[in-house]
Design a protein around this ligand. Structure first.
Ligand code: SF4
Ligand code: SF4
Length: 94
């Protein structure tokens, strides 16, 4: 079971609005569009600036560029910093 499902199951009964906000925070995560990403470790500001260290560069021979960016869903808080720093406009929060 994913961590987010566990967290949802344990939400306290503190009022509808707070519960809704917590659910939204749990499920909003960053995703990389591999079609747009240049997978350039040297220039990637999102990797360097992610406060949760949730983004990593991974060698992958099955990718056309030989590597890809990977976001750890367990670490990502959906803060959106990476979206504003990505030079390729390839990261979305959803
Ligand atoms: S800045 Fe964006 S496009 Fe460039 S490597 Fe990083 S994630 Fe990919
Ligand atoms: S949304 Fe925030 S925590 Fe998630 S990968 Fe981007 S910078 Fe890191």
């Amino acid at each position: 079971m994913r961590k987010s499902n566990l967290a949802t199951a344990n939400l306290p009964q503190v009022g509808n609005i707070r519960i809704f906000e917590r659910i939204e925070n749990i499920y909003m995560k960053a995703y990389v569009d591999k079609q747009k990403c240049s997978s350039e470790l040297r220039i990637c500001k999102p990797i360097a600036e992610c406060p949760e260290k949730a983004i990593s560069w991974v060698e992958d021979d099955e990718e056309p560029l030989g590597s890809r960016m990977e976001i750890d869903e367990e670490k990502c808080t959906g803060c959106g910093i990476c979206v504003s720093l990505c030079c390729g406009d390839c990261i979305e929060i959803k």
